[in-house]
Every structure is written in structure tokens, then in C-alpha cells.
Design a protein around this ligand. Structure first.
Ligand code: BG6
Length: 515
């Protein structure tokens, strides 16, 4: 290192502005022809390459059922990168990336001969591209294929340890459909790599605004003293989408809203909002605190388990959204008429610990709602005493801090203020921090951060199997209860969900935020 760099404390090797560049490696992507790869993973890989964060040797092997040549795959990846990438098109970067692309056709995931071709292709890339034996297996495939894939990958020798190189497996949700199947899945993956080499993707953790929850809480003095049952009345976590299920009936109808996003994204948001300060930002320290929260979550309300009172579900009817006619859920292509799958789920949770005793956390998620918004709203108790005329404070609500996860990323604080004038009248006002106004750089896509971290072996943004397990512990009883309760209640597209969701809060004399 040059002397001036060595002497400059702002520019040492720990300088956060120095790019973290991934080791040369081969990524083998199962499910490369799927929607997730096309819309998210491949554009993110291109953006990483374009930002200089991938080694020039990075190589990508696509695995799929199509009868493609390497050039066919290059054409497909190019199209997906041109359509979805955030950074500008660079022919030089593309050529370098495309040179390391190969496609291996599998008749199905039990095709033994294809695994031996895959092994040869990976060995060839190690030799020609200098990928040094480092391998990442990206499994963007339904869990039902895991037994076939993991068994054959293990037998092919592709994951055998070689000195000085690494093997990692990146897996996409769903991590099972309940606690027992999640454990089985984990056991299968455990046959091919060590637990520390498994990277479970919850793409919400790759979002800047989600990472910022820990920054807000633990890099500031102002909030933490209030962040407890002494001051917080309740917390609302909302993930509303205005879209329907689109072409994903095959996946969605077997899953429903609770498994699709509450089991992972919303419970992770809850854990980050409620956890204690970790001793460091290391994976083990952060995960340990999240696990304690997930283990303390209870579905009981004041010590009583009554899931009819503390959960709500619904599914969208036919109607209009933004003036456009839309189908009802059961009329969507591929959804069986007798389906009982929910497209909206809400649940009231409590956290049984000293910090949060008695503070309800309300979680809701749904499709075809009024608008797309994800937020965590921490709503505070009202002041114990107000030295004003009752009329002066009639328009004042409770203080709130709203962590705006998306799409209008930022933080809002709601507080009471005097209305200018010759008498005392108070009204709620908001103070805003917006990413767009405060930072010049556009935030990277969640998948850029997560793919890079997996290639670097950095685990803090990936949930551990114990978190997955504890999240299923919370949801299993809810899903079992719903399974025995027939079809969900309908709701109007463009609304905020079924009446049952409003009733859930009304039981506690509260209302949902109409974001
Ligand atoms: C996925 C769910 O995890 O998240 C989808 O499977 C959902 O159903 C998507 O639409 C939403 O992601 P984002 O990043 O747009 O909020």
C-alpha cells in the first residue's frame, strides 16, 4: 500500500468506500429461465459487473430444460439485463460477462448424465476463466425439486471441498411450507454444504430502507429511550401491493399471503424493529438478537389464544382498480374455483419480553390493495396530560415514526404543532427524511447487494435456519386454523382489505393507518 494511503486514516484498507469485489467464481443457476432470474437476478448480476464488483473471471452456468446453446442463453441474459438493469449498457462489460456464460440442458432434475456434463463445464471454466474452484449454486427452483438436485449435486463431486476454494448454496424462498418441511429442506441442503455456506435469500433484507432500521435505532440517541412499552402504544407493519397474482397462480395458490410474505419479509421487519442492540453487526450477533424476538413472539392476546379474534384473511373479488376492470382471485388463470387461498392476511402479535410486554404488533399484507406501500409505523402513546383546552387539541393524534420501506423511501415523524394564529390550536404535522432528497446515489437493487454478499461470504443479511424455524413456529397455528375455516372473506380491489382486518383492530379500539 502506498505511504500516503497508509498514513491517511480516511483511506485505509477498511475504508467503506473501497469496493468489495467478489472472488472469481462459477455461479451455477438452477431456474435461470424463471421469472425471478429474468426480472431480478440476471439484471443484478449485470449491474454488479458494470459497477466493477464482480471479478472479470466471474462465470455463469445456466441450468434448465430448454434446448439452448450457450449463445441462446447469452441472448436471453442480454435481453433481461437490457430490460431490467439499472446501470447503463456497456458493450465491453457485457462481452466480458458473456464470454463466461454456458448453458447445460437438463431433461429434468433427475437427469444424471446432465450433472456429469455440468461437472465438465464447471471444470472447463475453472481452467479457462481462472475461477479457482470457487462455486456458488443458486437454487431458484421450487422446494419439491430439492431432493433430486441436492442428491445429484452431492454425487457429482461438484461440491467436494478443495483446498483454498469455497462452495456456497444460495436458496430462494419458500423455505418449506411449514415448520416440519422447512426442517426437511434444511437437512437436504445440509448434505451438500456446511450450515455457514447456506445463504437463504429474503430480499427485503437487501433493501436499503430495511438495513436502515438498525442504523436509525442504534446510531442515534433520540429514539431508543422511547422504543419500548413505556412509550409505544402499538406497531403496524404493512406490506400492501396494488397488483394481483398475475401469472403466478401455480406458485401462489399453494402458498397464500401469510406464507408468501408474512413468514419471511414481515416477521423480519418485526424482528429488526423490536430486537435489542446487537454486540456488533456480525451475522452471529444480529441473528442472535432477531432469534430472541422471534422466540418471544406470541399469538396470545392478554394470555388467551383466540385466533378468530387476532387474525384476519381475505381474497380479492372482481372489481375495478384505478378505473380498470380486474378479475377476482378465483377467476385468475390457473386458480381452481374451489381455492381457499388468501390474498390478504393480517395478524396481531405480542412480544413476551420486558421491552414489549402488552404492545401489539399488527402485521398485514395483501394484493390488489389501494396502493403499493410497505412501512413500519411505530405509534406512540398519547401524552399523559395536555395543558391545553380540549378544543385546541381536538385535531391531534398520537406521535408516530413511520419507516417508509417503499416506494417513497424515507422516514416520517408525526408530531403536534401550533397552528399559526392568535389563539392556541394544535394540529399534527410531519417531518420527513427522503432518500431522494438526502443522497445523490440511487440505492442499489436488493438483489445486487444480496448476490454480492453471497459471493463474498458475508452472512448478516441472510436469515439463519433458526429464524426460519421460529417464524414457522409463529405461523403454523394460524395457517392450520384457517385451513379449517373455509374460504376467506372477499374484499374490493383497490380497498384496504376485508372488513375482518378492520374488526381485528377495532377489538383493541384502534384503526389501521390509511397510508
Ligand atoms: C415476493 C413475493 O417475495 O415479494 C411476491 O413472493 C411479492 O408475491 C414480492 O410481490 C414483492 O416484492 P417487492 O420487493 O416488490 O416488495
Amino acid at each position: 500500500m502506498p505511504q500516503d494511503v497508509q498514513d491517511n486514516p480516511l483511506l485505509d484498507s477498511r475504508d467503506l468506500r473501497l469496493p468489495r469485489i467478489a472472488d472469481p467464481c462459477v455461479m451455477v443457476m438452477f431456474g435461470i429461465t424463471g421469472d425471478l432470474a429474468r426480472h431480478k437476478l440476471l439484471p443484478a448480476i449485470y449491474d454488479l459487473a458494470n459497477r466493477g464488483l464482480l471479478s472479470p473471471a466471474f462465470s455463469l452456468v445456466g441450468v434448465g430444460r430448454r434446448d439452448w446453446s450457450d449463445d441462446d442463453m447469452r441472448e436471453y441474459v442480454e435481453k433481461s439485463a437490457r430490460e431490467g438493469a439499472r446501470t447503463e449498457w456497456s458493450p465491453a462489460i457485457w462481452e466480458q460477462l458473456a464470454a463466461g456464460m454456458r448453458f447445460v440442458t437438463f431433461s429434468d432434475f433427475e437427469d444424471d448424465e446432465a450433472y456429469s456434463r455440468l461437472t465438465d463445464v464447471v471444470a472447463e471454466l475453472d481452467g479457462t476463466r481462472g475461477t479457482k474452484g470457487n462455486r456458488a449454486f443458486y437454487l431458484s427452483i421450487p422446494p419439491s425439486y430439492f431432493p433430486a438436485v441436492t442428491e445429484r449435486v452431492a454425487n457429482s463431486g461438484l461440491v467436494d471441498e478443495a483446498p483454498g476454494s469455497w462452495r456456497r448454496v444460495v436458496i430462494e424462498k419458500p423455505f418449506g411450507h411449514d415448520r416440519a418441511s422447512a426442517r426437511e429442506l434444511d437437512e437436504l441442503v445440509g448434505r451438500i454444504v456446511r450450515p455457514d455456506d447456506v445463504f437463504r435469500v429474503d430480499h427485503y433484507l437487501g433493501k436499503e430502507t430495511v438495513q436502515n432500521i438498525l442504523a436509525l435505532r442504534f446510531a442515534n440517541t433520540m429514539f431508543e429511550p422511547l422504543w419500548n412499552q413505556g412509550y409505544v402504544d402499538h406497531v403496524q407493519i404493512t406490506m400492501a401491493e396494488d397488483i394481483g397474482i398475475g401469472t403466478r397462480a401455480g406458485y401462489y395458490d399453494t402458498i397464500g399471503a401469510a406464507r408468501d410474505v408474512i413468514q419471511n419479509h414481515l416477521l423480519q421487519l418485526l424482528a429488526l424493529t423490536a430486537m435489542e442492540e446487537p454486540t456488533s453487526m456480525d451475522a452471529a450477533a444480529v441473528r442472535a438478537e432477531k432469534e430472541k424476538i422471534l422466540a418471544a413472539v406470541t399469538l396470545e392476546r392478554d394470555g388467551v389464544l383466540d385466533l378468530d379474534a387476532t387474525t384476519a384473511r381475505g381474497r380479492y373479488d372482481a372489481g375495478f382498480q384505478g378505473g380498470v376492470p380486474v378479475k377476482g382471485y378465483t377467476e385468475e388463470d390457473g386458480v381452481p374455483e374451489e381455492s381457499t387461498t388468501e390474498t390478504f392476511a393480517a395478524v396481531r402479535l405480542e412480544i413476551a419480553n420486558r421491552r414489549w410486554a402488552g404492545v401489539p404488533f399488527y402485521l398485514r399484507a395483501g394484493k390488489r390493495l389501494a396502493r403499493r406501500v410497505t412501512e413500519v409505523a411505530v405509534v406512540f402513546k398519547k401524552p399523559p396530560f395536555l395543558p391545553f383546552d380540549a378544543a385546541a387539541t381536538a385535531g391531534v393524534g398520537a406521535n408516530a415514526i413511520v419507516l417508509r420501506i417503499q416506494p417513497d423511501e424515507g422516514i416520517t415523524m408525526r408530531l403536534a404543532s401550533k397552528v399559526p394564529g392568535t389563539y392556541m390550536e394544535l394540529r399534527d404535522v410531519t417531518m420527513d427524511f427522503g432518500y431522494g432528497a438526502s443522497f445523490n446515489d440511487e440505492s442499489p437493487e436488493a438483489y445486487e447487494r444480496l448476490i454480492l454478499d453471497a459471493l463474498l461470504g458475508d452472512a448478516p443479511l441472510f436469515p439463519h435456519q433458526r429464524e426460519v424455524d421460529l417464524s414457522w413456529r409463529i405461523l403454523d397455528p394460524v395457517i392450520e386454523h384457517w385451513a379449517a375455516s373455509g374460504a376467506p372473506e372477499g374484499y374490493r380491489p383497490g380497498s384496504w382489505g376485508p372488513a375482518g382486518a378492520d374488526e381485528l383492530l377495532a377489538r383493541d379500539s384502534r384503526t389501521w393507518r390509511r397510508s
